[in-house]
Design a protein around this ligand. Structure first.
Ligand code: NOJ
Length: 537
């Protein structure tokens, strides 16, 4: 057991440094801006900030195309500013993890520039093939942009391998120097004070003939090595959060025997939460949770409603994907690759009940909740922007020009992505200042839920038991830890429902008009799109 498995009861908050707060009036968010807003994050009650890549980069993939791992992008500040951010965060009790794209670099990275040179001793830092036909079983991930995982490089006179954009060549982990160099990058940022990493795109580190080049044993072996190194050199407090968008059984493999990553995202459960709302039944959620294997005691899922990418529909059947697109993305412009490029609030039609219900699930299903900046105030999106920019617009701090994201004297054209202009989501409609002042706001509701959750460690660390009953519209489960147990009941339908739970006979005190306690069990009555937490004896 690591000394402090803090990540099992923590709430994470993903914020984009470029879009959070601009401190110097150049129209781009920066690290000093984040420091200015740490007070807000502490007030909100989150525990750990996830910073998407902040390194120097040509920014052709939102910074996931790194050209210098040991730097901060000049738009955002300096390494010294980052040290200050870490320090200021820690003083407020906030941890910070860095998003590290270790599968690939930008083609502008000096490693790649060197590797492509004829006769370069660094050639095998990347993956090359003369014909560009190797590994045909590997799928293409950025389907809307790339036709192949190989791109011809006229300088190298060979094709290089890339699982994402063609300007993001994959590193070659078969070369031990690569694994060492990446460990050194990790040491650099851990030395500065980071509390861990989100490890981007980890299923694709190695390639092998005859496989789909995902989740290979060599990849797991390297991640175990990373874990060992970090535990040995930095103690057990730092966390590794894998980004492995895989089916539950493959995703759980990233925990190893508790000796690989501490956390991994549970991608498959996410779209099924939206499916449940649309179908008014919870069968898909129940099935995926039943298909999810138990995980080691020291590990934790990361669960989320939205993030900086499209809402991915990779981990659903073709039929379910069509259904999700029909319901949640009827306009073709809102579809991207195998997903939907919309934010949470527009997805559910700005329906407060749906927002509360989804957060209720997020805060009680097994895993640590990961919030995406702006969703707590019901921010909108802009599908007229390219790629995923429309879900990466500036945080709306107040109702003023530029939403308090940057100074009002800044030229609007300098603010990219532009602030959301759609009527229902403009800064006047959705902003932090107004919602902080309004006790009935979504923001204050999320904050109070986080406070309640903090009093319920069983939501993070407890056992999870789905209760059998015969009403498909209601998900009922118990989170238990030691002598504590909480019943969670969620009605995903537009109609009032009741569930009869025989196993809870005698475990809830009567006294609530919606609870009927009889000798055969507990009957819970629950309103349309409502969720409840009930203490059990
Ligand atoms: C996963 C990241 O979440 C996404 O934003 C990025 O485009 C890909 N990795 C490729 O770097």
């Amino acid at each position: 057991m690591p000394p402090n498995p803090w990540y099992r009861t923590a709430t994470f908050y993903e914020l984009l440094p470029r879009a959070f707060r601009d401190s110097n009036g150049d129209g781009v968010g920066d690290l000093a801006g984040i420091i200015e807003r740490l007070e807000y994050l502490e007030w909100l009650g989150v525990d750990c900030i996830w910073l998407p890549p902040f390194f120097d980069s040509p920014l052709r993939d939102g910074g996931y195309d790194v050209s210098d791992y040991l730097s901060v992008h000049p738009d955002l500040g300096t390494v010294e500013d980052m040290a200050q951010l870490l320090d200021a965060g820690h003083r407020r009790g906030l941890r910070v993890i860095a998003d590290l794209p270790i599968n690939h670099t930008s083609d502008a990275h000096p490693w790649f520039r060197e590797a492509r040179m004829p006769g370069s001793p660094m050639r095998n830092w990347y993956v090359w093939d003369e014909t560009g036909s190797r590994y045909p079983e590997a799928r293409i991930i950025f389907l809307d942009y790339e036709a192949s995982n190989w791109t011809w490089d006229p300088v190298a006179e060979a094709n290089y391998w890339h699982r994402f954009y063609h300007h993001q060549p994959d590193l070659n982990y078969d070369n031990p120097e690569v694994g060492e160099a990446v460990l050194d990058v990790m040491r650099f940022w851990l030395d500065l004070g980071f509390d861990g990493f989100r490890l981007d795109a980890v299923p694709y580190l190695y390639e092998r003939d005859g496989t789909n080049c995902e989740n290979l044993p060599e990849t797991h072996a390297y991640l175990k090595r990373v874990r060992r190194t970090i535990d040995e050199e930095y103690g057990g407090d730092r966390v590794l959060l894998a980004e492995a968008n895989q089916w539950p059984i493959d995703a759980a493999a990233y925990f190893g025997d508790g000796d690989e990553c501490h956390m991994n995202f549970h991608f498959p459960v996410m779209p099924r939460l939206y499916m449940a709302l649309a179908r008014e039944h919870v069968r898909d959620i129940v099935k995926i949770l039943r298909d999810t294997p138990p995980i080691p005691e020291t590990c934790q899922w990361g669960i989320f409603l939205r993030n900086h990418d499209e809402l991915t529909l990779e981990m659903v059947t073709d039929e379910d994907r069509e259904f999700m697109w029909d319901v949640y993305a009827p306009e073709p412009a809102s579809r991207l690759n195998l997903g939907i490029r919309r934010r949470l609030t527009p997805l559910v039609g700005n329906d407060r009940r749906a927002l509360e219900l989804l957060h209720g699930l997020l805060f009680s299903l097994p895993g640590s909740p990961i919030l995406y900046y702006g969703d707590e105030i019901g921010m909108g999106d802009d599908i007229s922007l390219p790629d995923r920019d429309g879900v990466r617009t500036p945080m709306q701090w107040d109702g003023s020009l530029h939403a308090g994201f940057t100074g009002s004297g800044v030229d609007a054209a300098a603010v990219y992505p532009p602030i959301v202009a759609a009527e229902a989501y403009r800064p006047e409609q959705a902003n932090v200042a107004a919602q902080r002042a309004d006790p009935g706001s979504l923001l204050n509701w999320v904050r109070s839920m986080l406070a309640v959750r903090r009093e319920h460690p069983e939501m993070g660390r407890g056992t999870f038991e789905i209760l059998e009953h015969d009403n498909d519209a209601v998900l009922a489960f118990v989170r238990g830890m030691g002598s504590r147990a909480t019943l969670v009941a969620v009605n995903v339908s537009e109609h009032p429902q009741a569930v009869h739970l025989p196993s809870l006979a005698g475990r809830v005190e009567a006294g609530d008009a919606d609870l009927i306690v009889d000798p055969t069990g507990l009957i819970v009555q629950i309103g349309p799109l409502e969720f409840r937490w009930l203490r059990l004896s």
